[in-house]
Design a protein. Sequence first.
Length: 254
Amino acid sequence: MSESAQRRVDMHTKLLNERVVSRAKQRDIDVLVYAPHFTRLPTIRETAARYSDDDLLVVPAREVFTGDWKNRRHLLAIGLSEPVADFISFEGALAEFERQEAAVLAPHPSFMNVSLTHPEIRAHAARIDAVETYNAKLLPHQNRRGQRIAAELDLAGFGSSYAHLAGTVGEAWTRVDAAIDSEADLVAALTGDVSCQAVHRAGSGHRLRQLAEFAHLGYENTWEKVDRLLLSGDEPTHPRNIVYEGRFDAVSVY
Protein backbone atom coordinates (compact mmCIF):
# COMPACT_ATOMS: atom_id res chain seq x y z
CA MET A 1 0.00 0.00 0.00
CA SER A 2 1.17 3.53 -0.76
CA GLU A 3 3.21 5.27 1.97
CA SER A 4 1.86 8.74 1.16
CA ALA A 5 -0.92 10.37 3.20
CA GLN A 6 -3.33 9.96 0.32
CA ARG A 7 -5.39 6.96 -0.73
CA ARG A 8 -7.38 5.82 -3.74
CA VAL A 9 -10.62 4.42 -2.35
CA ASP A 10 -13.11 2.65 -4.61
CA MET A 11 -15.96 3.51 -2.29
CA HIS A 12 -18.50 0.89 -3.34
CA THR A 13 -18.27 -2.49 -5.03
CA LYS A 14 -20.79 -5.32 -5.05
CA LEU A 15 -18.55 -8.33 -5.63
CA LEU A 16 -15.29 -9.59 -4.22
CA ASN A 17 -13.07 -12.39 -5.52
CA GLU A 18 -9.53 -12.93 -6.79
CA ARG A 19 -10.31 -11.25 -10.10
CA VAL A 20 -11.69 -8.18 -8.33
CA VAL A 21 -8.62 -7.94 -6.11
CA SER A 22 -6.30 -8.30 -9.10
CA ARG A 23 -8.16 -5.59 -11.03
CA ALA A 24 -8.11 -3.24 -8.04
CA LYS A 25 -4.35 -3.61 -7.68
CA GLN A 26 -3.80 -3.11 -11.41
CA ARG A 27 -5.73 0.17 -11.09
CA ASP A 28 -3.65 1.28 -8.07
CA ILE A 29 -6.62 1.16 -5.72
CA ASP A 30 -5.52 1.23 -2.07
CA VAL A 31 -8.90 0.63 -0.41
CA LEU A 32 -11.96 -1.24 -1.66
CA VAL A 33 -15.32 -0.81 0.10
CA TYR A 34 -17.29 -4.04 -0.22
CA ALA A 35 -21.08 -3.74 0.22
CA PRO A 36 -23.01 -6.57 -1.50
CA HIS A 37 -26.81 -6.58 -1.58
CA PHE A 38 -28.83 -8.66 0.92
CA THR A 39 -25.78 -9.98 2.78
CA ARG A 40 -25.41 -9.81 6.55
CA LEU A 41 -22.58 -7.80 8.07
CA PRO A 42 -20.73 -10.76 9.67
CA THR A 43 -20.52 -12.48 6.28
CA ILE A 44 -19.32 -9.28 4.62
CA ARG A 45 -16.68 -8.79 7.32
CA GLU A 46 -15.41 -12.34 6.97
CA THR A 47 -15.10 -12.03 3.18
CA ALA A 48 -13.45 -8.60 3.39
CA ALA A 49 -10.86 -9.88 5.86
CA ARG A 50 -10.07 -12.86 3.63
CA TYR A 51 -9.20 -10.66 0.66
CA SER A 52 -7.34 -7.86 2.49
CA ASP A 53 -3.55 -7.84 2.41
CA ASP A 54 -0.64 -5.42 2.65
CA ASP A 55 -1.41 -4.00 -0.81
CA LEU A 56 -5.20 -3.70 -0.62
CA LEU A 57 -7.46 -2.96 2.34
CA VAL A 58 -11.01 -4.25 1.89
CA VAL A 59 -13.49 -2.43 4.13
CA PRO A 60 -16.86 -4.07 4.89
CA ALA A 61 -19.99 -1.93 4.48
CA ARG A 62 -23.74 -2.19 4.03
CA GLU A 63 -25.94 -0.57 1.40
CA VAL A 64 -29.19 -0.71 3.35
CA PHE A 65 -32.51 -0.70 1.49
CA THR A 66 -34.85 1.59 3.45
CA GLY A 67 -38.58 1.73 2.74
CA ASP A 68 -40.52 -0.80 0.67
CA TRP A 69 -39.39 -2.18 -2.69
CA LYS A 70 -41.31 0.37 -4.78
CA ASN A 71 -40.19 3.36 -2.73
CA ARG A 72 -36.82 2.30 -1.45
CA ARG A 73 -33.99 4.66 -0.56
CA HIS A 74 -30.46 3.29 -0.42
CA LEU A 75 -28.01 4.40 2.27
CA LEU A 76 -24.38 3.29 2.36
CA ALA A 77 -23.10 2.82 5.91
CA ILE A 78 -19.39 2.32 6.68
CA GLY A 79 -18.19 1.47 10.17
CA LEU A 80 -21.13 -0.55 11.46
CA SER A 81 -20.41 -2.64 14.53
CA GLU A 82 -23.73 -4.52 14.49
CA PRO A 83 -25.91 -5.87 11.64
CA VAL A 84 -28.70 -3.68 10.25
CA ALA A 85 -31.66 -5.15 8.35
CA ASP A 86 -32.96 -4.07 4.95
CA PHE A 87 -36.52 -2.82 4.39
CA ILE A 88 -36.77 -0.77 7.54
CA SER A 89 -37.89 2.83 7.67
CA PHE A 90 -35.55 5.57 6.53
CA GLU A 91 -35.61 7.20 9.95
CA GLY A 92 -35.06 3.86 11.65
CA ALA A 93 -31.95 3.23 9.53
CA LEU A 94 -30.50 6.69 10.21
CA ALA A 95 -31.08 6.32 13.93
CA GLU A 96 -29.30 2.96 13.93
CA PHE A 97 -26.34 4.35 11.96
CA GLU A 98 -26.04 7.25 14.38
CA ARG A 99 -26.15 4.90 17.37
CA GLN A 100 -23.27 2.91 15.89
CA GLU A 101 -21.37 6.08 14.85
CA ALA A 102 -21.09 4.89 11.25
CA ALA A 103 -20.30 7.12 8.28
CA VAL A 104 -23.49 7.67 6.23
CA LEU A 105 -23.23 8.14 2.47
CA ALA A 106 -25.88 8.83 -0.18
CA PRO A 107 -25.14 6.62 -3.21
CA HIS A 108 -26.38 7.42 -6.74
CA PRO A 109 -28.54 10.41 -5.64
CA SER A 110 -31.86 11.05 -7.44
CA PHE A 111 -31.46 7.89 -9.53
CA MET A 112 -34.71 6.11 -10.42
CA ASN A 113 -36.77 5.12 -7.36
CA VAL A 114 -33.83 3.72 -5.40
CA SER A 115 -32.10 6.86 -4.19
CA LEU A 116 -32.46 9.88 -2.01
CA THR A 117 -33.87 12.85 -3.90
CA HIS A 118 -32.40 16.34 -3.76
CA PRO A 119 -35.07 17.56 -1.26
CA GLU A 120 -34.53 14.47 0.91
CA ILE A 121 -30.77 15.00 1.01
CA ARG A 122 -31.31 18.68 1.83
CA ALA A 123 -33.67 17.77 4.68
CA HIS A 124 -31.16 15.33 6.17
CA ALA A 125 -27.90 17.03 5.16
CA ALA A 126 -26.70 17.27 8.77
CA ARG A 127 -26.90 13.46 9.04
CA ILE A 128 -25.24 12.62 5.71
CA ASP A 129 -21.45 12.65 5.45
CA ALA A 130 -21.03 12.51 1.67
CA VAL A 131 -22.93 12.33 -1.61
CA GLU A 132 -21.85 10.24 -4.57
CA THR A 133 -20.73 12.59 -7.34
CA TYR A 134 -19.37 9.97 -9.73
CA ASN A 135 -20.65 6.43 -10.14
CA ALA A 136 -19.17 4.36 -12.95
CA LYS A 137 -22.51 2.59 -13.43
CA LEU A 138 -24.35 5.82 -14.23
CA LEU A 139 -24.55 7.93 -17.37
CA PRO A 140 -22.91 11.39 -17.55
CA HIS A 141 -26.08 13.44 -16.98
CA GLN A 142 -26.91 11.31 -13.95
CA ASN A 143 -23.49 11.92 -12.43
CA ARG A 144 -23.79 15.65 -13.09
CA ARG A 145 -26.99 15.64 -11.05
CA GLY A 146 -25.12 14.21 -8.06
CA GLN A 147 -22.39 16.81 -8.49
CA ARG A 148 -24.95 19.63 -8.44
CA ILE A 149 -26.59 18.27 -5.30
CA ALA A 150 -23.29 18.00 -3.42
CA ALA A 151 -22.21 21.49 -4.50
CA GLU A 152 -25.52 23.17 -3.66
CA LEU A 153 -25.68 21.58 -0.21
CA ASP A 154 -21.93 21.95 0.47
CA LEU A 155 -21.55 18.22 1.14
CA ALA A 156 -18.44 16.16 0.46
CA GLY A 157 -18.44 14.13 -2.74
CA PHE A 158 -17.22 10.61 -3.34
CA GLY A 159 -16.69 8.35 -6.34
CA SER A 160 -17.01 4.61 -6.83
CA SER A 161 -17.07 1.97 -9.49
CA TYR A 162 -20.28 0.55 -7.96
CA ALA A 163 -19.03 -2.55 -9.72
CA HIS A 164 -21.45 -5.41 -10.26
CA LEU A 165 -19.03 -6.70 -12.93
CA ALA A 166 -15.40 -7.40 -12.05
CA GLY A 167 -13.99 -5.45 -14.99
CA THR A 168 -15.46 -2.20 -13.66
CA VAL A 169 -13.48 -2.17 -10.42
CA GLY A 170 -11.19 0.86 -10.32
CA GLU A 171 -12.99 2.72 -13.11
CA ALA A 172 -13.81 5.40 -10.53
CA TRP A 173 -12.56 6.10 -7.03
CA THR A 174 -12.29 8.70 -4.29
CA ARG A 175 -9.01 10.45 -3.65
CA VAL A 176 -8.84 10.80 0.12
CA ASP A 177 -6.16 13.13 1.46
CA ALA A 178 -5.33 10.98 4.46
CA ALA A 179 -3.64 7.69 5.24
CA ILE A 180 -6.37 5.03 5.30
CA ASP A 181 -4.97 1.89 6.86
CA SER A 182 -8.07 0.62 8.64
CA GLU A 183 -11.86 0.77 8.60
CA ALA A 184 -11.72 3.25 11.47
CA ASP A 185 -9.39 5.51 9.46
CA LEU A 186 -11.89 5.61 6.59
CA VAL A 187 -14.80 6.40 8.90
CA ALA A 188 -12.78 9.18 10.54
CA ALA A 189 -11.90 10.66 7.15
CA LEU A 190 -15.50 10.58 5.93
CA THR A 191 -16.95 12.05 9.10
CA GLY A 192 -14.15 14.54 9.66
CA ASP A 193 -12.69 17.49 7.80
CA VAL A 194 -10.67 15.49 5.25
CA SER A 195 -10.57 16.44 1.58
CA CYS A 196 -12.20 13.85 -0.71
CA GLN A 197 -12.50 14.09 -4.48
CA ALA A 198 -14.20 11.80 -6.98
CA VAL A 199 -11.87 10.72 -9.81
CA HIS A 200 -12.52 8.47 -12.79
CA ARG A 201 -10.89 6.99 -15.83
CA ALA A 202 -11.71 8.37 -19.28
CA GLY A 203 -11.82 7.27 -22.90
CA SER A 204 -13.80 4.77 -24.90
CA GLY A 205 -12.90 1.85 -22.64
CA HIS A 206 -14.38 3.62 -19.64
CA ARG A 207 -17.50 4.48 -21.62
CA LEU A 208 -17.96 0.84 -22.62
CA ARG A 209 -17.60 -0.25 -18.99
CA GLN A 210 -20.28 2.27 -18.01
CA LEU A 211 -22.67 0.95 -20.64
CA ALA A 212 -22.06 -2.67 -19.62
CA GLU A 213 -22.80 -1.83 -16.00
CA PHE A 214 -25.86 0.22 -16.87
CA ALA A 215 -27.24 -2.67 -18.94
CA HIS A 216 -26.87 -4.88 -15.88
CA LEU A 217 -29.56 -2.81 -14.18
CA GLY A 218 -32.20 -4.65 -16.21
CA TYR A 219 -31.59 -7.76 -14.16
CA GLU A 220 -30.69 -6.06 -10.92
CA ASN A 221 -34.03 -4.33 -10.51
CA THR A 222 -36.48 -7.05 -11.52
CA TRP A 223 -39.25 -7.94 -9.13
CA GLU A 224 -38.56 -11.63 -9.62
CA LYS A 225 -35.14 -11.22 -8.03
CA VAL A 226 -36.58 -10.04 -4.70
CA ASP A 227 -40.07 -11.55 -4.63
CA ARG A 228 -39.15 -14.41 -2.31
CA LEU A 229 -37.04 -12.09 -0.15
CA LEU A 230 -40.04 -9.92 0.67
CA LEU A 231 -42.48 -12.77 1.14
CA SER A 232 -40.51 -15.35 3.10
CA GLY A 233 -39.02 -13.39 5.98
CA ASP A 234 -36.18 -15.93 6.10
CA GLU A 235 -33.67 -14.16 3.90
CA PRO A 236 -30.43 -12.98 5.59
CA THR A 237 -31.27 -9.27 5.80
CA HIS A 238 -35.06 -9.41 6.09
CA PRO A 239 -36.06 -7.44 9.23
CA ARG A 240 -38.12 -10.37 10.53
CA ASN A 241 -35.23 -12.83 10.30
CA ILE A 242 -34.63 -14.44 13.69
CA VAL A 243 -30.99 -13.33 13.71
CA TYR A 244 -32.13 -9.76 14.49
CA GLU A 245 -34.04 -10.94 17.58
CA GLY A 246 -36.88 -8.48 16.96
CA ARG A 247 -34.62 -5.39 17.03
CA PHE A 248 -36.21 -3.97 13.89
CA ASP A 249 -39.83 -5.01 14.38
CA ALA A 250 -40.90 -1.44 15.21
CA VAL A 251 -39.36 0.01 12.03
CA SER A 252 -39.90 -2.89 9.59
CA VAL A 253 -41.94 -2.08 6.46
CA TYR A 254 -42.68 -5.77 5.70
